[in-house]
Design a protein around this ligand. Structure first.
Ligand code: MF3
Ligand code: CO
Length: 291
């Protein structure tokens, strides 16, 4: 139940502005979609201007840490080296690596090589070899605001087959981004992503997806990349989430390592690639928060 707000009352978003000058029109449009039976975001998922600025500041740091990894990653380094760079650079910039101790995750970054789909744990025993493709997934907390993005890196001489997987996975995120429209649907993003993956003979992981983010690491909505255009949550301005499809060369099926409880691999051992960006829906499109 949401209380009826007077037009001259303070807006529910916490902006301090009068409702009529803030989310009044927003609520009218949302209501039109709601009565059609659509899934609409709850108010706590809608960020106000101050929160969006805080999340953007966090995202600038997150992107800078990714850039730092990009400058240093090379053949022969270990994934523990990457962990050390991420941890030290994040702290140097006044922030906290979000993965460290998150639900017991032991390191400051996820590093996922070849058939590892996501959540690979850095280790001094894991050396980047010629021909590897590796995802480095970085998440930052700055002044209480969360950001999250990841990139793929090709190590040495990567086969054409794997390089194409990496390139198509990157392009799926761009297509998904282009599908983000205020008052559109999350399924529009998913449809654009799965169409491109399938056109290239690839599959999309079903059980793991993107997520709302900003005031917490993982908020609603859970973001699938296998749903259909016109379905799933309404993309209301102020909604902040990640686009991070995992694209597999073979089967979409995945297996989680029973020993470490984190590392997710493809069921057939074939390679997987993932790029992740974080965005916020705006009145006329969206802004990229970290990439
Ligand atoms: N960064 C991942 C994501 O994109 C989450 C990693 S959770 C961790 O959502 F604990 F493994 F870090
Ligand atoms: Co994420």
């Amino acid at each position: 139940m949401e209380m009826k707000i007077g037009r001259n009352d303070a807006c529910w978003c916490g902006s301090g502005k009068k409702y009529k000058k803030c989310h009044c029109d927003f609520d009218e449009i949302l209501q039109e979609h709601k009565i059609l039976g659509e899934i609409v975001p709850s108010r706590e998922l809608i960020k106000n201007k101050i929160q969006i600025q805080g999340i953007k500041d966090s995202g600038v740091i997150n992107t800078a840490v990714l850039d730092y990894v990009a400058e240093n990653i090379k053949l022969g380094c270990t994934t523990e080296d990457i962990n050390k760079w991420v941890h030290e650079k994040t702290v140097e910039l006044g922030a906290i690596p979000a993965p460290l101790n998150y639900r017991g995750f032991p390191k400051s970054v996820c590093t996922s090589i070849n058939e590892v789909v996501c959540h690979g744990i850095p280790s001094a025993d894991i050396v980047l070899k010629d021909g590897d493709i590796v995802n480095v997934d970085i998440s930052t907390i700055y002044k209480g605001y969360f950001s999250d993005a990841s990139r793929m890196f090709c190590i040495g001489n990567v086969s054409d087959e794997k390089r194409k997987l990496v390139d198509v996975a990157k392009e799926t995120v761009q297509r998904g981004l282009a599908a983000v429209k205020p008052w559109g649907h999350l399924g529009d993003v998913a449809q654009a992503i799965k169409d491109l993956a399938h056109e290239n003979g690839y599959t999309v992981v079903r059980e793991i997806g993107g997520h709302g983010i900003g005031l917490e690491f993982h908020e609603d909505p859970w973001v699938s990349y296998t749903t259909d255009k016109g379905t799933d949550m309404l993309l209301a301005p102020g909604l902040c989430f990640t686009i991070e499809p995992m694209i597999n060369m073979g089967t979409h099926r995945i297996v989680t390592d029973s020993k470490d409880g984190w590392t997710v691999r493809t069921a057939d051992g074939k390679p997987s690639a993932q790029w992740e960006i974080q965005i916020v829906v705006t009145d006329n499109g969206c802004d990229v928060i970290s990439h």
